[in-house]
Design a protein around this ligand. Structure first.
Ligand code: PHE
Length: 352
């Protein structure tokens, strides 16, 4: 039986040399260590061996089994290693290749302008007030003293929302940030109806108009509204605040001028121009040979609007202004077409 065990061992180890893959290894395991393998037969027949010989034979049989099991384990590991080596060989990496550059995100030019505007007004004590994009006709027009047949209220100029809304007060995408004036004043004044606190806020946000899109007009654009309400606020405060803003925005040397204008919600109303910083006032294509660039609309808050906001116009006065952020950005960076801002062209955006 010893010779038989030696032969079994030798044959099995020899056969193992030829095994080259997992399937062959499994077949080998069944043939040499499985239930009906020669080695297991020896175990079955050990009972027939004489009592004296039995322990030695049993010991040797167990030895052979351990040897074969260990050899199986080793072979398995060797196969795994060579499979790994083969796959590394197939997917060869060249670690000396230069990496792919990750494109850095940039701040959108309009956002840069917005941030500068926030900073300038924050320094003057203005807080940011966020108002809604979807407004009622009442807030967007009526409470701002728009007469019923003002052209801006026509369907052709504004985006009204389809839906089951009252005919005299439909929902509209705000056409300007001015309705936020009413919302802010009402919020402040409802907290202290007897003695409402002063207001000093800017209201930034996207506005929507049903325009023919062109180099100068977009259907959506940002505005920054400003509102100051308090006792004894005068037109001089308006001029001082906005001239100071223009100097910080466009440079200390910049000249400003105010021209009379008209808005339903301010009285008197004005527009502020800054001296054209492209030609220095000489006259060029950017300023259309006038030497001046229009920057914003402004005025003293109309008494009716103050009243609609919950402020007694006999006691309180205020000024308001509104500027188009894209327009200011176009002037800052000499961008000649407003459509670049929302067209997401990387060639444009990566310049900032
Ligand atoms: N809302 C006006 C516009 O969209 C701008 C403005 C705001 C004018 C505040 C005066 C006061 O043109």
């Amino acid at each position: 039986m010893f010779t038989q065990l030696n032969a079994i061992e030798r044959a099995a180890l020899e056969a193992l040399q030829a095994v080259q893959d997992e399937a062959a290894l499994e077949a080998w395991r069944v043939a040499h260590l499985g239930r009906s393998s020669p080695l297991m037969k020896v175990f079955d027949e050990i009972g027939k061996v004489s009592k004296e010989e039995r322990p030695a034979i049993g010991k040797r049989a167990n030895e052979v089994r351990h040897t074969l099991e260990a050899a199986l384990g080793e072979r398995q590991e060797a196969l795994r290693q060579s499979a790994l080596a083969r796959s590394l060989d197939l997917e060869r990496l060249d670690v000396t290749l230069p990496g792919r550059r990750i494109a850095l995100g940039r701040v959108h030019p309009v956002t840069r302008t917005l941030r500068l505007i926030y900073r300038i007004f924050a320094d003057m004590g203005f807080q940011i007030y966020r108002s809604r994009d979807v407004e009622t006709d009442e807030y967007n027009f009526q409470l701002l003293n728009f007469p019923p047949h003002h052209p801006a209220r026509e369907m052709q100029d504004s985006y009204y929302l389809a839906g089951d809304y009252p005919e005299d007060n439909p929902l509209v995408l705000r056409t300007h940030t001015s309705p936020g004036q009413i919302r802010a004043m009402r919020e402040y004044s409802s907290q202290h109806p007897q003695n409402p606190p002063p207001v000093r806020i800017i209201l930034p946000g996207m506005c929507y108009r049903y325009e023919q899109v062109s180099a100068r007009y977009e259907i959506q654009f940002n505005q920054v509204e400003g509102l100051a309400v308090g006792k004894r606020i005068t037109f001089s405060d308006l001029k001082g605040t906005l001239s100071d803003f223009a100097r910080r925005m466009f440079g200390q040397q910049v000249q400003t001028r105010f021209r009379a204008s008209h808005f339903p919600f301010t009285e008197p109303s004005a527009e502020m121009d800054v001296e054209c910083f492209v030609c220095g006032g000489e006259g060029c294509t950017v300023c259309k040979r006038t030497g001046w660039l229009e920057i914003l609309g402004c005025g003293m808050v109309h008494p009716t609007v103050l009243q609609n906001g919950g402020y007694d116009p006999e006691v309180y006065s205020g000024f308001a202004f509104g500027m188009g952020t894209e327009r200011i950005t176009m002037l800052r960076y000499r961008i000649e077409d407003i459509r670049y801002f929302w067209s997401n062209d990387m060639r444009f955006l990566t310049q900032f």
